[in-house]
Design a binder for this molecule. Structure first.
Ligand code: PEP
Ligand code: MN
Length: 349
């Protein structure tokens, strides 16, 4: 259920609504949009509460929310959510961004080469995995905290906000300290304790869709983060498992287009994991921008043949630059030009 406040309501009116909801044993979550303020009522609501809340001063109307996900629902928040992720970069609101960098941070040299390449091509946000969720326990597991330190140093040098994955509650503190955006990977989308703990940091969280999760399950997972009072949630479609084996996953562009309709949260597409093949990353990036993605997450390695993880889907910096140019042209033609990239110059030497 949502309580829509009148345009001219006061803070006292809002407090009275929150107090009554709390007295009823429910949770109130105010949501401040550009055009209206809504108070979401969370918990086991009964229809009679609707009439009661509607009589409080300052209340315009009280509506049922038809879907099980409440806070991520566009019915509750009609405007697009725009998230400040650091260094003036904003995600959402009609200006796509590039998130790019290596799958895994392997060394300072490798990270710097990738980062300088993507920065020169106009990337906004630097990615790099320090804690890697590998299918095999014998594969490279990432550099851990040493990798986080490298990511922060290179991000600072290049003036780029950073994103990196956290695998468990164990990693929350370290990742929140070193990175601007916390990434919850596909394998952890249903790790509800991790979602809540990541939400409690208040930092932007990018939530990848689970390998076999429905759109509804994905949005419910987003609600776990939002329910901690953290409005900074970015969704990421990274492909789902289907019967098809010719590609690593099936990038579900329906989920981008439908997700934008169902939810106010920004949606990034990840054609690297969505295809598993470097030569499909550019065409599927164009598809994602065409259907309204708020940005692209692309894996870039200075020497994909030598990558310790996901080399087959990683682009060279030159290929990323070509992709970026084409994506910018397409987005501009659709009157949704890419956001301008952070201005700090590339560090000398
Ligand atoms: C990644 O971004 O490197 C990653 C492991 O992604 P996913 O969780 O989508 O597999
Ligand atoms: Mn990867």
């Amino acid at each position: 259920m949502i309580v829509i406040m009148k345009m001219d309501h006061t803070a006292e009116h809002r407090a009275a609504v929150v107090q009554r909801i709390t007295e009823l044993g429910l949770t109130a979550q105010p949501i401040y949009g550009e055009t209206r303020t809504v108070i979401a009522v969370l918990g086991p609501v009964v229809p009679e509460m609707r009439d009661e809340l509607a009589t409080i001063d300052g209340v315009d109307e009280v509506l049922r929310v038809s879907k099980p996900y409440k806070l991520s629902n566009r019915e509750v928040h009609q405007d697009d959510t725009v998230i400040e992720v650091g260094r003036g970069v904003r995600v959402g609101g009609g200006h796509p961004v590039f998130i790019a960098g290596p799958c895994a941070i392997e060394s300072m040299e490798q990270l710097r080469a990738s980062a300088e390449g993507v920065k020169a091509a106009g990337a906004h946000i630097l990615r790099g995995g320090a804690f890697k969720p590998r299918s095999s326990p014998y594969s490279f597991q990432g550099l851990g905290v040493a990798g986080l330190t490298m990511l922060r140093e290179v991000g600072d040098d290049l003036g780029m906000p950073t994103i990196t994955e956290l695998l468990s509650v164990r990693d929350v503190e370290a990742v929140a300290e070193h990175a601007d955006i916390l990434q919850i990977g596909a394998r952890n989308m249903s790790n509800f304790v991790l979602l809540s703990e990541a939400g409690k940091t208040g930092k932007p969280v990018m939530l990848k869709r689970g390998l076999a999760s429905t759109i509804e399950e994905w949005l419910l997972a987003a609600d776990y983060i939002l329910n901690e009072g953290n409005p900074n949630v970015i969704l990421c479609e990274r492909g789902i498992r289907t019967f098809e084996t010719a590609t690593r996953n099936t990038l579900d562009l329906n989920a981008v287009a439908l997700g934008k309709r169902l939810s106010h949260l920004p949606i990034i597409a990840d054609p690297s994991h969505g295809t598993g093949k470097w030569y499909l990353v550019r065409p599927m990036s164009m598809g994602a921008i065409a259907v309204g993605a708020d940005g692209l997450m692309i894996e870039v390695h200075p020497s994909p043949d030598h990558a310790l993880s996901d080399g087959a889907q990683s682009l060279t910096p030159a290929n990323f630059a070509a992709l970026a140019e084409q994506a910018r042209a397409l987005a501009a033609a659709m009157a949704r030009p890419f956001a301008s990239a952070p201005g700090a110059p590339v560090a000398a030497g």
